[in-house]
Ligand binder design. Structure first.
Ligand code: ZN
Length: 470
């Protein structure tokens, strides 16, 4: 089954410019729509930070740490930083990047420090990161994309002992390669730039440092892979440098201090550090390196399919519970839930069931299909089948039969055949569609035909466990 990512482009909020007649217009920048509380931002950030600290090489050298911490704390004092409990750590990483987690933990790569010419340039990036925190971009993004699942999670009904992050990881929302918590829209990037400029100015850093650094990164981005990661997690807004320069013109004129610390000395300290062996990413945990844009495509899970061996991707018989407002069902406890950005649909599989090109060879796709007209199980199923055939041209529907789930809901099972990404076998799939107040709930169960005997018992268990709340 070839998966195509759907791209939700719903902008739920628009910013109004300040309604002052004569003054030049400064944009009113505020946090957007959010289902999380500020305390939940802080709690989640702490939980993710401890994961980051296990996965990345946080450096111990107090001179380097103090250099970055002093810049960060000076910026965080700005009222615009909104009093989150900011922390500023440095990780030994050659790539030019920095990132902030919801609620305040920030991490600066050593590569960013060595690439900067002045303290103000580093302050520019940190002020931009602080702005992502203050504007709550991570949880705003997650809120917009996961309307189906989040209210139940945040209401606490599902909070297990894994904390917020553990629960979100179950839903496929994590610190992965395409993490919603870490990768922002161009609008969000632009807002973080503008607020960052204001924060720098308040803290006494010359905000031109931010524009200079972006210019430098842009110039280098064609030549160096060290920079690409920065733009992968911070998509470059149009006219970035010009917008920053225009924002600076709106600020009151003031005297800026020159660099207070010896950046040359800190850069030398970094360059003298011994190289680290690269920590291995942990496949299958839903939490890779927390930078966006590289490697795995499926919500942080590294695809690990081996075309000649489906056995690692098989479902276990033990079940774990998937629960949202719209549906609950059991899924094999050795599989993981991976949310697409559009969480109307989730994919559940072992990393070994997914291939690097996005194909799923062994696993389940589950989601809600909204009826165009009045919900009608047969019509809606036919419509859904056409949609799946559009996603995967090789898919051929076979026999179907109506049945009733143990929970009492009416359902239709339709057999499908297709091309498996595993070698020497066809793909066998069953689409189960279930009546639902919103239209229908569907579960597409996919296995290589050669391994269907091993999949069938777990698939039957999953189907039998589907429950639609009434
Ligand atoms: Zn950014």
């Amino acid at each position: 089954m070839r998966l195509f990512r759907s791209i939700p482009l719903i902008t739920l909020f628009a910013f109004a410019a300040l309604a002052q007649k004569d003054a030049p217009k400064a944009k009113n920048i505020k946090p957007g729509f959010n289902l999380f509380s500020k305390d939940q931002d802080v709690q989640m950030g702490r939980e993710y930070a401890s994961q980051v600290e296990q996965q990345m090489a946080v450096i111990k050298d107090e001179q380097i740490n103090a250099f970055v911490r002093n810049i960060g704390e000076r910026l965080a004092k700005s009222s615009l930083a909104d009093k989150y409990p900011y922390t500023f750590k440095v990780v030994q990483e050659k790539s030019i990047n920095a990132f902030a987690l919801p609620g305040g933990p920030t991490f600066t790569h050593t590569g960013l420090i060595t690439a900067a010419d002045t303290e103000a340039q580093i302050a520019g990036v940190l002020a931009h990161e602080i702005s992502h925190v203050a504007l709550r971009h991570g949880t705003n993004q997650a809120s917009k994309a996961n309307l189906m699942q989040l209210p139940a999670v945040l209401g606490g009904a599902m909070l297990g002992n894994g904390g917020i992050t553990g629960t979100l990881a179950q839903l496929g929302i994590g610190l992965g390669a395409n993490s919603l918590i870490m990768k922002f829209s161009r609008n969000a990037e632009s807002d973080a730039d503008l607020l960052g400029v204001r924060i720098m100015s308040e803290a006494g850093y010359n905000p031109i440092g931010m524009a200079q650094f972006f210019e430098k990164l842009q110039a280098e981005s064609g030549k160096s892979s060290r920079v690409q990661e920065f733009f992968a997690s911070h998509p470059n807004p149009d006219n970035r440098v010009k917008k920053v320069q225009a924002e600076i013109l709106l600020l009151p004129a003031r005297q800026y201090q020159n660099d207070t610390a010896d950046i040359t000395r800190v850069k030398a300290l970094i360059q003298g550090m011994p190289e680290l062996p690269k920590p291995k990413p942990q496949p299958g945990q839903g939490q890779g390196q927390p930078q966006g844009g590289q490697g795995g495509q499926q919500g942080g899970v590294q695809p690990g399919g081996n075309p000649s061996n489906p056995s690692a991707a098989r479902p276990s018989r033990g079940l774990r519970e998937f629960q949202s407002r719209a549906v609950s069902f059991g899924y094999p406890d050795n599989w993981q839930v991976m949310g697409d950005q559009n969480a109307q649909e989730v994919m559940i599989a072992s990393p070994s069931g997914i291939f690097a090109n996005g194909a799923i060879g062994y696993g389940v796709i589950a989601g809600l299909h909204q009826s165009r007209n009045r919900p009608n199980l047969q019509n809606d199923t036919a419509e859904l089948l056409r949609a799946f055939q559009q996603r995967d041209q090789g898919l051929r529907p076979g026999a179907s039969k109506a049945f009733r789930l143990p929970s009492g809901s009416n359902a239709i099972a339709t057999r499908l055949q297709g091309q498996s990404p595993f070698q020497n076998t066809n793909e066998a799939a069953v689409l189960v569609s279930v009546e639902h107040p919103a239209g229908l709930f569907y579960m597409l169960l996919i296995a290589p035909e050669s391994d269907l005997g091993n999949a069938q018992p777990a698939f039957d268990q999953m189907i039998d466990s589907i429950r639609i709340p009434r």
